[in-house]
Design a protein around this ligand. Sequence first.
Ligand SMILES: *Cc1c(COP(=O)(O)O)cnc(C)c1O
Length: 339
Amino acid sequence: MAPWVDKLRTFPKERFLFGPSPVQRLPRLTAHLGGAQVWAKREDCNSGLAFGGNKVRKLEYVVADALLQDADTLVSIGGVQSNHTRAVTACAAATGLKAVTLQEAWVPYSPPLYDKTGNILLSRLMGGDVRLNSEGFHIGPKASLDVAIRELHEKGAKPYWIPAGASLHPLGALGFVDFVVELAEQETALGLFFDTIVVCSVTGSSHAGIVVGAVLEGKGRKIIGIDASGKPKNTKEQVTNIARNTLALLDPAASLPENAVVLDERFHAGIYGIPDEQTKAAMRLGAQLEAFITDPVYEGKSLAGLIHLVQSREISPTSKVLYVHLGGQPALNAYSDQF
Ligand SMILES: *Cc1c(COP(=O)(O)O)cnc(C)c1O
């Protein structure tokens, strides 16, 4: 075992996933696009905790740290239809902790039931203390959190703060380094190698973790992040910082190569949280060819990126490309007016 894998295994970890997430061929999409062979790794089916998704994988490390610190309440933040706050609430429920989540108006969009259905409904069902708030979209930490944390301290609770998407947490990207180790084992079993990986990127630690895993394994895979934040400059900077910090945790001698962080800016539809026609066309294509269901906030945008990259042959037709499906379908019902 490589030393960095040994090091990764020294970090305490909760078990929230079923096991390795499925790796799946997408034959009808591949045939339709007429280029590279397209496969998917299904983080949307990775766990039994409230529909799983990428945040549940990240939280295996983060919640283990919370438990070590004797916290009793997970505190986090997201948009009104945040998958992340739903996942935090799910992991809290499954470990006997409480959850307080601030749900901010990050998306200038409020169709009927937007704050009542989808993810926020699931959080309420799981007993989460869901607090609706309003501030503009921003991927960094928020002052409004201080108020909630102070209030919890005053009540004698032991809050544990998890930043948006768990990304600015020092352990937030380890789950997606795990993802690469897991993938390599699946590739060995399948007898193939994905030279290109396409992944959605917003708060950045899913993308960063995969980049770090790919750098450490040293097989020369290309990782293409698809921006869905609408603020790609911030996102790229955040991915790069997280990747550097995570690399330092696992191998202090390693450094992040120039150009390891690639972020494609063509598919975010100009704004976080709202799909455009290209997003919706990708969602329809995946759904109609493969019953492959994506959401309009994240995966619809990265799927639009995958479709373009394969169809235009920017990804070579001889490639085997892995689309990382990060989850997010619970938000879909809140966007019914788009369809
Ligand atoms: C949070 C999320 C993303 C973005 O992942 P980051 O690690 O925040 O960059 C993509 N897809 C879905 C479904 C998500 O919930």
